[in-house]
Design a binder for this molecule. Sequence first.
Ligand SMILES: [Zn+2]
Length: 186
Amino acid sequence: MSSQPHIVLPWTVRRTRLPLLFFRCVDCGCESATTGAGRFRVNANGKLLDVWLLVRCVSCNRTSKLTVHERVPVTGLDPGALRGYRCNDPDLVASTLLDPLFGRRNRFTLDWAGAWRLDCGSVWVDSGWPVRVEVTFDDPVPVRPDRLIAQGLGFSRGEVVRRVKSDVSLRHQRSSGFAFTVMAGE
Ligand SMILES: [Zn+2]
């Protein structure tokens, strides 16, 4: 009996929209904010620039400015990025929001609930075990591997424990690629 998997399935975790922010509103105390469609504000003061990303309280609509750049020389910014800030480039909004340094600096974390999906790609052909699955992340969505696997395979948590082998800890949240092997059931 061979234990070499003969099937490798690619799974992909991808973002379906921008995540919300856990960010406390100073007016109403609500702890959820949104970037909406995504808007920057650029303010020039002499040769210095401030750049903010605007977010809105989901409860009372109060707008807050999150600092992207603070009093940087115009020449210190990449011209392409500056254009992106001025035209609210959606890719730049996403990469700014998802940048962990930006989150730490502005004291918010991301709320990924409902903002991502798991693509299991090809149809599952039940032609023998074991099966190898390689998971890649298009966006750094934090997931617990055991829950992701249970969802993707339609397994109970107990089945995941019994039948899934991996080099990574399945119970610790991660947001980067990993692989696992599914063994035959009884
Ligand atoms: Zn509010």
